[in-house]
Design a protein around this ligand. Structure first.
Ligand code: GCV
Length: 861
């Protein structure tokens, strides 16, 4: 159902056109950027004139070209309200014509179809033939025709002209894959958008509707491969009974040009193959891989290939037999090679039992140390898949030095679309600006400009294969990722894989127009929010190269500053009373910096030239060290956390300004998400700043850290039933502790002594994932608010992840008022409370009254 809401004026190129924007009342987000909403009338009218009334394809009824035709019909109908005539063969009047160049030339020998197109590239051209205006969508492949169809629709949706088309595009790299970390039982490792669309209960889902929809979304981004199971692979995936299930999934995706691949377990020859070894050089193992792969191709002739995680995080690998990663990759590669398949061998290999006491140990070195000496020993259908940074998708890392080191090996960059360390879709973080930094990172190979994007495209080292792998983890939730705004990350990944030279803002702008609205205020609001969101997240979770200060041995979500320390996982920041940061220099540290080419290493090695934003990734410095910005490290840590939390509060305000300009359903969902994020940002801010204040002993020069006007600790309230409890880690609760209710129901009563006025009352409580505790806030006997703690955060303990905030706005208070919080536990959830905070205009006014200089003549008190 839709309604006409308003008339808006927007600038279109040089001219100003009056448009009407139609806003749908409710959208689930399932259509993502392919929703084809009606265009504002002025734009629609312009495109209607340019779009011919007929669509046809030449000599081609392949499923891909049929889908391309259907997609254009669907899109034009949705956006322009016109139903094209769907025909076949030579057009007799103006038409959109879809064809591969071979098929086109058969009917139109004189058609201007020249130009270099890489595989999957496409051309959109307006030509006149036999007196008819034709809009040609051509490619050398059917997949490219489909991509051209999506490109044409994107142009129309963005309000760009389709009058005299002469556009030709080729992908930057041949391999553009997503990985799904889906388990066969239907769960997804690090997935935040619900259960698997592929698997359930050990088999492919009966209903693969969402798989087809996902393939369509991927095709619209020109993604041509997907591995459909977790890289922490269940060996069963290669068992004969599972192959028909994989084949069904491949059938569902094939009409969209998306080929299916699998992640496998290297121990499979032994675990499911009945052999007593998985030694890659053992002839029986060689045969086993060949037979299994042949079976796969019998069932799935266009099977795309295999992803392999070996010798990492507990997965078995070639080291068991003293073999190399090249041996492991090649045994699988040789089985795939006769069929044209490829293997992505993951460069994410490191020891997670490192001795943290040894200051020379460094996980960041691992990928380079494991792969550098194997350069040139991988077969040509092997691609080493390298995470963009040397650690693991942290909020700030330099690009992996391995990109600059493998000259005779195919490589792909692995980017994480799912927001594992980036707020798990509960926080809005647009990752494209971060990926752009990695792709534009100049590796200075032989002293010349050599950005990572040129290495992965194969250009720098003249490699035949290379590309992009995004860990997507889309799930079955209506909006795919658990947060409407997170969809922009999959969109951005696909657009960059096609063309890494696109700008981050350009991508955000496109995505917003396609997904939400073309309304300038909506576009500006969402694009600004998305563009600032990564820096904001970095500001409140781990600035200056500290990495995401989260619970790295647990859920990777909430704040836990020391979780990274004193364990073997190697995500150390080494903060102590004297200083902070990992010394990775060649001179005194782990030597990691020496893995870069000299032009890069020089910049990082010297404190004078190391950029502030990576300082603590590269160097260990005292808290009083002065940054290029002129601030001390400690003051920057304090300031950035306050800035980050303030920025998220600003997102909530700017979002409310577009109410009624986007559909209600998504408006409300994003509002709730941003409000939650605003609360969490404060939780992070307080935890990290308190932790560093205690560690460094240096106060915040602005007096904010540890001072919270209006905050009253729950432990100091008058308690009935509630008991004190220590919270671990200490910094995740104000004052280090909280109260929890271990009986049927409890109360905590706070006395307010503020000036009479209007206040906001914030209650910080804990919401674990075991039950649904209930809360009420009362002033005297009047109930001001009630709510349930029914969130499903990934924790059952009181900590940073389960911290939640409820804000009750506009409460009239007088001195002597009693605010009472009633908590009713449920199934192990103890209705725990941390504090309440009474803030707002009346308090600010009272503060500024007391800060005003005394009028002249007033005697000092
Ligand atoms: C699939 C990180 C994640 C793991 C993931 C691993 C990987 O360690 O936390 O969930 O495993 O990376 O990329 O293999």
């Amino acid at each position: 159902m839709t309604r006409w809401l308003r008339v808006a004026t927007i600038a279109l190129g040089a001219s100003v056109v009056l448009i009407s924007a139609e806003v749908a009342r409710a959208e689930s987000g399932r259509g993502a950027w392919l929703r084809y909403a009606p265009l504002p009338e002025a734009l629609a009218a312009r495109s209607r004139d340019a779009v011919p009334p007929v669509i046809t394809s030449l000599n081609d009824d392949s499923p891909l070209v049929v889908n391309a035709r259907k997609e254009i019909v669907r899109g034009i109908r949705g956006m322009l309200g016109r139903i094209l005539r769907d025909e076949r063969g030579m057009p007799t009047s103006a038409a959109i014509v879809l064809c591969t160049r071979v098929n086109c030339r058969a009917d139109y020998p004189s058609m201007p179809l020249d130009g270099d197109l890489a595989a999957d590239g496409y051309a959109l051209r307006t030509v006149v033939s036999g007196g008819s205006r034709l809009l040609l969508v051509t490619s050398d492949t059917q997949r490219g025709v489909l991509y051209g169809a999506f490109a044409l629709l994107r142009r129309i949706a963005l309000g760009q002209s389709v009058n005299d088309l002469d556009e030709q595009q080729s992908p930057s790299s041949p391999l553009r894959w997503v990985n799904q970390w889906d388990n066969l039982d239907g769960t997804i490792e690090r997935g935040y958008g619900g259960r698997s669309i592929f698997w359930d209960d050990g088999r492919a889902r009966d209903d693969l509707t969402r798989v087809r929809e996902y393939a369509r979304l991927l095709a619209s981004l020109a993604i041509n491969g997907v591995s459909i199971n977790n890289v922490n692979a269940n060996p069963r995936i290669l068992s004969p009974d599972l192959i028909p299930h994989v084949a069904r999934i491949a059938d569902a995706m094939r009409p969209w040009g998306v080929r299916v691949g699998l992640a496998v377990d290297f121990g499979s020859p032994k675990t499911i193959g009945g052999l007593d070894t998985y030694d890659p050089l053992d002839a029986r193992v060689v045969d086993w891989w060949k037979e299994r792969v042949d079976d796969l191709y019998r069932a799935i002739p266009d099977f795309a290939g295999i992803v392999l995680k070996a010798d990492s995080e507990g997965r078995v690998g070639p080291s068991t037999y003293g073999r190399t990663h090249a041996d492991a990759a090649n045994v699988v590669a040789r089985a795939l090679e006769p069929h044209g398949g490829v293997i992505f061998y993951r460069g994410f290999v490191y020891d997670h039992h490192m001795d943290w006491r040894n200051l020379k140990n460094d996980r960041a070195r691992a990928a380079y140390d494991n792969f550098r000496d194997l350069d040139g020993r991988f077969d040509d259908n092997v691609i080493v898949q390298i995470k963009h940074g040397p650690i693991d998708f942290q909020v700030r890392e330099p690009a992996s030095p391995l990109f600059g080191a493998l000259e005779h090996t195919n490589v792909a960059i692995e980017l994480q679309i799912t927001q594992e360390y980036m707020g798990q879709a509960r926080h809005t973080v647009f990752l494209v600006p971060m990926w752009k930094e990695a792709l534009d990172f100049d590796l200075r190979v032989n002293g010349a400009a050599s950005p990572v994007k040129a290495v992965v495209s194969g250009q720098t080292f003249h490699r035949p294969l290379g590309g992009y792998v995004g860990v997507a983890n889309a799930g079955i939730d209506e909006n795919w990722f658990g947060n409407h705004l997170s969809q922009a990350n999959l969109y951005g990944f696909g657009r960059l894989a096609w063309n890494p030279n696109l700008g981050a803002r350009e991508i955000a702008d496109e995505w917003t127009r396609l997904t939400f609205a073309i309304d300038p205020l909506v576009v500006r609001t969402i694009v600004d929010l998305q563009m600032g969101s990564r820096r904001t997240y970095e500001n409140y979770t781990g600035p200056l190269g500290l990495q995401t200060l989260t619970d790295i041995v647990g859920n990777h979500y909430g704040v836990a500053v020391e979780a990274s320390e004193r364990n073997g996982w190697g995500q150390w920041h080494r903060a102590d009373a004297a200083g902070v940061g990992m010394d990775r220099t060649v001179a005194t540290g782990t030597g990691f910096i020496g893995q870069y080419r000299p032009g890069v290493a020089r910049v990082y090695e010297s404190l004078g030239s190391c950029p502030d934003e990576l300082l603590l990734f590269m160097h260990h410095v005292p808290y009083t060290y002065v940054l290029h910005s002129g601030k001390t490290v400690i003051q920057y840590i304090y300031d950035s956390h306050y800035d980050g939390a303030d920025a998220v509060a600003g997102y909530v305000r700017s979002w409310t300004a577009i109410k009624d300009r986007v559909d209600d359903e998504r408006y409300e969902a994003v509002l709730a998400q941003l409000k939650y994020q605003a609360g969490q940002a404060i939780v992070w801010r307080d935890a990290v700043t308190n932790w560093f204040a205690r560690a460094s002993g240096i106060p915040d020069e602005k007096g904010r850290v540890g001072h919270h006007p209006g905050r009253m600790e729950a432990e100091s309230a008058v308690l009935s039933g509630y008991v004190d409890v220590a919270v671990t880690p200490w910094e995740t609760a104000s004052g280090g502790g909280a109260i929890e209710c271990r009986s049927a129901s409890c109360t905590a009563t706070f006395r307010v002594d503020d000036q009479p006025g209007w206040y906001d009352v914030t209650i910080r409580y804990f919401d674990v994932n075991t039950g649904t505790a209930r809360f009420r806030l009362l002033r005297g006997t009047q109930v001001l608010d009630e709510w349930t703690a029914d969130d499903r955060v990934p924790t059952r303990t009181l900590d940073g992840s389960s911290s939640a905030r409820r804000v009750v706005k506009g409460v009239a208070l007088r001195p002597g008022d009693q605010l009472r919080v009633e908590g009713t536990p449920d199934r192990g959830e103890t209705a725990a409370l941390d504090y309440i905070e009474v803030t707002g205009p009346s308090r600010a006014a009272a503060r500024s009254r007391s800060a005003r200089p005394a009028p002249k003549g007033t005697p000092p008190e």
